[in-house]
Design a protein around this ligand. Structure first.
Ligand SMILES: *Cc1c(COP(=O)(O)O)cnc(C)c1O
Length: 376
């Protein structure tokens, strides 16, 4: 058979016609336990819901195929997946984060793993020299990448940084939530693991919270993570697995339209006199444009922009929007906008006039009309 392309994988991966009913869409196995035969042998491959469930297996199979790794693990949230990775560290281990990492991860590492003895520092990973300097200064166990980053859309060179991590003897993980495997395949660029908040584009409809890891190889680290998934218990429900799997079926088509709309909105904002700066890697003026063009198949549906006049001006723009919804999160069908500093930790480096926009699947002209009114 010829190689299967991503579009086809997204539609079919993890889909097995139900042998008892012929159902084309796999059923949701809402059961917590699985029966034993009179001889005390299990009737099937499953024992108990936390340890495994057919719907979770189907989702994990699809995730593994999309990211191109042999092992995938589904979790109850993106941060549950991040927690599992950090739980593989030993006391004294050091983690290197991007300085604009997703704020939940920035809080999680010191708050939950500081008492555990894990140390953390951060650099601007859009400059690989800063990563090299950080790795030269101390022993690091885990290099955490997030690209494009949140909310300033900085671009890190995945191949360059994961190669440095490997040479240093550190593991590398890429938070691929914003790009999705449609636009970026970090395992092929050298990462040891990919993390997703499936709450975002993979679920795609703003109706399910979930997370996932996909690993570059099976082996002791994968086995340890599987143990943490089962014993830590941060597992998704069968219904949530099914919703994420359903979202994945249309992922490629959605990402194309998110990307087309975001490019149109970004160009509109870049030309608007009330806008000081637009952060979107698809703009040739973006400092990460060349790296993004090389390592991504498109620039995605996320952007942020700085409103001229500071915090009050930015909040006034928000207040005048009537179509674009004021809410946190991203990756759903509806466009969402947020004053990012409102939800980030106090010492966040995010400018106070920055609005983050998750460009949805509405008609781009309607989004631009709403922004035109709001910017005045
Ligand atoms: C939302 C998000 C997370 C956290 O995921 P949850 O599902 O909310 O736990 C992690 N990384 C990025 C880039 C995100 O956008």
């Amino acid at each position: 058979m010829p190689p299967i392309r991503l579009e086809t994988e997204a539609v079919h991966a993890g889909r097995h016609t139900d042998p008892t009913t012929g159902a084309v869409v796999p059923p949701i196995h809402l059961t917590t336990t699985f029966e034993r035969a009179p001889d005390n042998q299990l009737l099937g491959p499953y024992l108990y819901g936390r340890q495994g469930n057919p719907t979770r297996d189907a989702l994990e199979e699809a995730l593994a195929r999309l990211e191109g790794g042999p092992v995938a693990l589904a979790f109850a949230s993106g941060l549950a997946a991040a927690t599992a990775v950090l739980q593989t560290l030993a006391p004294g281990d050091h983690v290197l984060l991007p300085d604009d990492v997703y704020s939940g991860v920035a809080s999680l590492v010191p708050s939950l793993f500081g008492p555990w003895g894990v140390t953390v520092s951060s650099v601007d990973q859009s400059d690989p020299a800063q990563v090299a300097a950080a790795l030269a200064a101390r022993r690091t166990a885990l290099v955490w990448l997030e690209t494009p980053s949140n909310p300033s859309l900085r671009i890190a060179d995945i191949a360059a940084i994961t190669a440095m991590a490997r040479a240093h003897g550190a593991r590398s993980i890429v938070d691929n939530t914003w790009a999705t495997p449609v636009l970026q395949r970090p395992l092929a660029l050298g990462a040891d693991a990919v993390l997703h908040s499936t709450t975002k584009y993979l679920g795609g409809h703003g109706d399910v919270t979930g997370g996932a890891l996909v690993l570059r190889e099976a082996g002791p680290w994968a086995e340890r993570l599987r143990e943490i998934q089962k014993l830590g218990g941060g597992v998704p429900s069968p219904f949530d697995c099914w919703l994420v799997l359903r979202g994945i079926r249309s992922l490629v088509a959605r990402m194309r339209m998110h990307g087309e709309n975001a490019a149109l909105v970004a160009h509109f904002l870049a030309a608007h006199p009330k806008v000081e700066r637009v952060h979107f890697p698809g703009l040739p003026s973006h400092p990460g444009h060349a790296v993004a063009a090389a390592q991504m198949a498109g620039f995605g549906g996320m952007l942020s922009f700085e409103v001229r006049g500071g915090r009050e001006a930015a909040l006034a723009v928000l207040s005048r929007l009537t179509l674009i919804t004021r809410a946190t999160s991203l990756g759903g069908t509806e466009s969402l906008i947020e004053h990012r500093r409102t939800v980030e930790r106090e010492d966040s480096p995010t400018p106070d006039n920055l609005l983050r926009l998750s460009v949805g699947l509405e008609h781009a002209s309607d989004l631009i009309a709403d922004l035109t009114e709001a910017l005045g």
